[in-house]
Ligand binder design. Structure first.
Ligand code: SF4
Length: 379
């Protein structure tokens, strides 16, 4: 079946919540704004993937776990530095308590971040299970971490995400699932239930087929509800709300008016997105490599194509920069941390209030390069 992308639990939920929203996201490929709760969830998940990464029954130390957490911290989507710092601390608290509870009884899981990808009656399906353990009777225990503040009552017994994971693991791993767990990390509480019965699995497969059929047949009607629309990034271009945003030209028309320019804007935006993705990947690989070298006490290692040397370095990170600056100012050492930098000199030379002679002398030893500062916004 020709779908824009394989169906996952979240894309099926999105289509059923509002088909128009699914279309904006997956067919028109208009990205949503980054959300802090996704970034937070991702950071804690990555840290726990590291915790359960060792192939020997020895958990990483708390220091290693928290160092990893700092390295992989996903910064996007936070309102400001204060909100980010608050969430960072909450993640530290969760991981410290998690380590305290599980490090001593550490076991190597059957699988961590298990990626599945298969077809059901011609419909491609994909997803990722946080952790799979083997039960004493040989069956599988499927676990999904939750970082949200609350877990809705009754959700455990009907949630289609766990049903999807059971369905995928049994289809792909050929082992029966014995139990399903939502692990609520803020309270360190494991909410367990037994495997899903056939009616719930049948309900899921019927939903998969109906969703795939709707997408293939281009059924993308908006389905407005208070909950879905309140936080929907697509409101300004949604047909339901078009009168509210009447003053703004719709995105399609903006792109259609200047197709060549629109193509260049998108090319620039896509290239930056790739750079960001590659940078995040490189940062994560560097963090993993540094931790592996530290663990073995090595300063040098070889790959097939590269060699790496690790120079010991100590770096301080300050989350509350304002507090640091205030402290330095009070202690009278503020000037010592100020250094000339290219952006500051640039500002100086363009500032009419600065001594004209100084600006002229700087101009003599510099080259004026015409350029445009581009600020890119995701539509
Ligand atoms: S604003 Fe509401 S109806 Fe429109 S796409 Fe978003 S969720 Fe759907």
């Amino acid at each position: 079946m020709k779908l824009p992308r394989p169906l996952s639990h979240s894309s099926i939920s999105l289509y059923n919540e509002c088909p128009q929203k699914y279309k904006f996201k997956y067919v028109d490929k208009i990205p949503e704004k980054p959300k802090h709760f996704f970034s937070f969830g991702q950071s804690v998940h990555l840290a726990l993937e590291y915790f359960y990464g060792p192939k020997v029954p020895q958990a990483p130390s708390l220091e290693e776990l928290l160092a990893r957490y700092r390295e992989i911290w996903v910064k996007s989507g936070y309102r400001d530095e204060n909100q980010e710092a608050e969430y960072f601390e909450e993640g530290r608290r969760i991981l410290t308590r998690f380590h305290d509870k599980h490090a001593k009884s550490f076991h190597v899981p059957f699988s961590v971040e298990y990626n599945f990808s298969f077809e059901h009656e011609g419909v491609p399906l994909t997803g990722k299970v946080d952790r799979i353990d083997k039960l004493p009777d040989g069956r599988l225990s499927i676990l999904d971490y939750k970082t949200g503040k609350k877990l809705a009552a009754g959700r455990l017994d009907v949630d289609s995400q766990l049903t999807m994971y059971q369905f995928a693991c049994e289809s792909q791993l050929g082992a029966e699932v014995g139990e399903l767990i939502f692990y609520h990390l803020p309270t360190l509480k494991e909410h367990r239930t037994v495997r899903r019965d056939k009616p719930l699995v049948d309900e899921l497969t019927a939903r998969i087929m109906a969703t795939a059929e709707g997408i293939v047949k281009d059924r993308f009607d908006p389905k407005p509800t208070e909950n879905a629309c309140r936080w929907c990034d697509y409101k300004p271009i949604c047909p339901i709300y078009k009168d509210q945003y009447a003053g703004m030209p719709p995105i399609a028309a903006r792109a259609a008016g200047e197709p060549e320019l629109a193509a260049l804007v998108d090319k620039y935006g896509d290239a930056l997105a790739k750079v960001r993705e590659a940078k995040a990947e490189a940062d994560a690989a560097a963090g993993e490599l540094a931790a592996a070298l530290r663990k073995k006490n090595y300063v040098r290692a070889f790959g097939e194509r590269y060699e790496v040397l690790a120079a010991p370095a100590v770096k301080w990170e300050f989350r509350d920069k304002k507090k640091v600056l205030d402290m330095l100012k009070k202690a009278g050492v503020y000037e010592k941390v100020l250094a000339p930098s290219a952006p500051l000199v640039n500002k100086l030379i363009e500032d009419a209030a600065v001594d004209a002679d100084l600006r002229a002398r700087l101009g003599e030893i510099g080259d004026r390069v015409e350029s445009a500062e581009l600020t890119l916004k995701i539509l």
